[in-house]
Design a protein around this ligand. Structure first.
Ligand SMILES: [Mg+2]
Length: 271
């Protein structure tokens, strides 16, 4: 038969275990920090390098050159001209959103992205407003085709208008309604206008062939096959922060941050 002191010790031990379990279960699990330190270089380059600004001016001055060329070459051609631009990292700079995520070690999330879009605080890419205002002043219809969503449309329109972008209306700001492909929206513009130029930071902004190419090799091969279009009908802006290029590195399927880090390292080509 157990002695009273032994019973007391066992009772006290059990009580401690219960208290410990309650303490562990009621402690909030610290939010897992996102592994986005590797993005710091790309964000810094985007925010601080004069080269980034110069590349942006270069893209929009080439766009103007191509548009002027089209005015001269096809003065008598029928059909109203259109220019299609993507929004993010093509005419709006969202590096502040990326920087906040990196500083706080937080992952990209739809909720914080929508909040950022509706704050309407993105800045304009250098040369973008001037070029699109010029195109608009010459009677060219400007279309903004973006994969921002309907819930982000008002904020996007406010942001673009506040920065001075021309002709931002329900008819010209074409957000994502079903699926990320931009082809149906491009086709809807092509049905009524002659598309002189497309501008984007992601090859998916230009043609369906790129949207279908998802691996590194097939993307490089699609770029090679369409090389004559770059700098003429397709004008690309640099975005080292994110994009389909990064998805191609990771391949299909969901990876953990650790698996993504491994993929990045194993994809690097050394000598
Ligand atoms: Mg973009």
């Amino acid at each position: 038969m157990a002695k009273p002191s032994q019973i007391f010790r066992e009772f006290a031990f059990s009580l401690c275990l219960v208290c410990l379990s309650i303490a562990v279960l009621s402690t909030p699990i610290a939010a897992q920090k996102a592994d986005n330190e590797y993005q710091v270089g790309a964000i810094l380059w985007t925010q601080t390098s004069a080269e980034k600004a110069a590349l942006s001016y270069q893209a929009f001055s080439l766009a103007r050159l191509r548009l002027d060329q089209d005015f001269r070459a096809s003065r008598n051609r029928r059909g109203k001209r259109a220019v299609i631009v993507d929004v993010d990292e093509t005419v709006l700079d969202n590096s502040a959103y990326q920087a906040k995520l990196a500083k706080e070690q937080k992952p990209f999330e739809g909720k914080t992205w929508t909040d950022w879009c509706n704050r309407a605080q993105a800045t304009a890419l250098p040369g973008a407003v001037e070029f699109l205002r010029y195109a608009n002043s010459r009677g060219v219809r400007v279309f903004y085709i973006t994969n921002r969503r309907v819930t982000e449309k008002d904020g996007t329109a406010r942001n673009l208008r506040a920065l001075g972008f021309p002709d931002v209306t329900d008819n010209t700001l074409l957000v994502r309604t079903d699926g990320s492909t931009k082809e149906p929206r491009r086709q809807s513009v092509a049905a009524k206008y002659r598309i002189v130029l497309l501008m984007g930071d992601n090859l998916n902004d230009f043609a369906e062939v790129f949207e279908k190419s998802k691996t590194i090799d097939s993307r490089l091969s699609a770029a090679e096959q369409n090389k004559k279009q770059f700098g003429s009908r397709f004008i690309v802006l640099p975005n080292p922060m994110y994009g389909a290029w990064e998805d191609a590195v990771y391949g299909e399927g969901r990876l953990t941050d650790e698996q993504k880090a491994d993929k990045r390292k194993e994809t690097l080509r050394g000598y």
